[in-house]
Design a protein around this ligand. Structure first.
Ligand code: ADP
Length: 311
């Protein structure tokens, strides 16, 4: 009954505004016509009290609606958690049933070829041994990612930052990925100096470096180059993984860190799971840093990570 702006209009405007949309609205009014009451509910009101009113009753109704709202929100949160748990379970099942089973198949087949076939040339033996070495490395990388991802999803991961020597960690990963790079004739190198240190959780940083290097190799064609460099910037250390690979389209850059398991095949038809970069982003951010990428189609990509320095 107010002039200019009546209660119905106030309700409509509050419901349209994202910031006030969820506030439960109770109409307190002298209008007792059924049509008005229905109109109020249709506009999104949760209750309707007519004048003259009883203070205690009104306060009880307000309390009830606040409790109802809190219960509804808690329920929505639970539903979201359950949906996330379901997605995690499905993803886990798909990785175990496809990726891990395939890797074991290839390990078994090449081992069988080596042990059962007579008169294998040294060249063939070396080829099968390289396949076994590659499959076991891929399996290890996949299992490590899977465990990190599961621990992270279930909130069972602790960040223990220490002073980490980057050169040492990078060289360990270069050695681990050398057979993958060799198989594609990719030059894999680091220009990080021996005294370069950051303040981060060593296991998490290991996962980040391994994933960025493995991706760079995976998305670079034969005879390309993958290089890892570092540069100190104010209070942070910038670590870059540069490749001469296929690059990423601008619209896909938005998607790769988003946690929706976006994945494409590598240049040698290598399969992926889409969990690597999500893990990298989570781990870098948990250590007070940030991650990003610059890329040009057909030329290559530079994934960069900024991490705090030891104090
Ligand atoms: P996966 O490598 O298992 O697919 P990631 O989360 O590590 O999962 O990467 C997601 C996707 O991002 C890749 O499938 C690929 O499409 C893209 N990507 C990641 N690194 C590179 C890179 N260095 N060059 C081109 N594309 C990349």
């Amino acid at each position: 009954m107010m002039p200019d702006l009546d209660g119905f209009e106030v309700c409509r405007q509050l419901k349209q505004n994202l910031q006030t949309h969820d506030i439960p609205i109770i109409f307190l009014t002298a209008r007792v016509e059924q049509e008005d009451i229905i109109k109020g509910f249709e506009l999104g009101a949760v209750d309707y009290v007519t004048k003259p009113f009883n203070h205690k009753e009104l306060i009880s109704r307000v309390r009830t609606h606040i409790e109802l709202k809190a219960a509804r929100e808690a329920l929505a949160l639970k539903i979201e958690e359950l949906q996330q748990a379901n997605i995690t379970k499905e993803k886990l099942l798909s990785i175990i049933s496809h990726d891990l089973v395939n890797l074991f198949n290839s390990l078994m087949n090449f081992s069988l070829l080596l042990t059962e076939s007579e008169e294998l040339s040294v060249e063939q033996q070396n080829k099968y041994l390289l396949m076994i070495s590659q499959s076991s490395n891929q399996g290890y990388h996949l299992l490590k990612n899977l465990l990190d991802w599961l621990r992270n999803q279930t909130g069972k991961i602790q960040v223990i930052p220490v002073s980490v020597n980057l050169k040492w960690l990078i060289e360990r990963n270069i050695e681990f990925l050398s057979s993958q790079a060799k198989n594609k004739n990719i030059t894999l190198c680091s220009t990080v100096e021996s005294a370069t240190t950051v303040f981060a959780d060593q296991n998490m940083l290991d996962t980040v470096i391994r994933n960025l290097l493995a991706n760079a190799i995976k998305f670079t064609p034969n005879f390309g180059k993958v290089e890892i460099t570092s540069q100190q910037q104010a209070s942070m250390m910038e670590l870059s993984v540069l490749d001469t690979g296929i690059g990423i389209k601008p619209e896909d850059i938005q998607r790769i860190f988003q946690g929706r398991y976006y994945t494409t095949m590598g240049t040698g038809n290598e399969k992926g799971t889409g969990i690597g970069l999500n893990l990298c982003k989570e781990f870098v951010e948990k250590n007070g840093g940030n991650i990003g990428v610059e890329s040009e189609i057909g030329k290559g990509s530079r994934f960069y990570v900024h991490l705090p320095l030891p104090t």
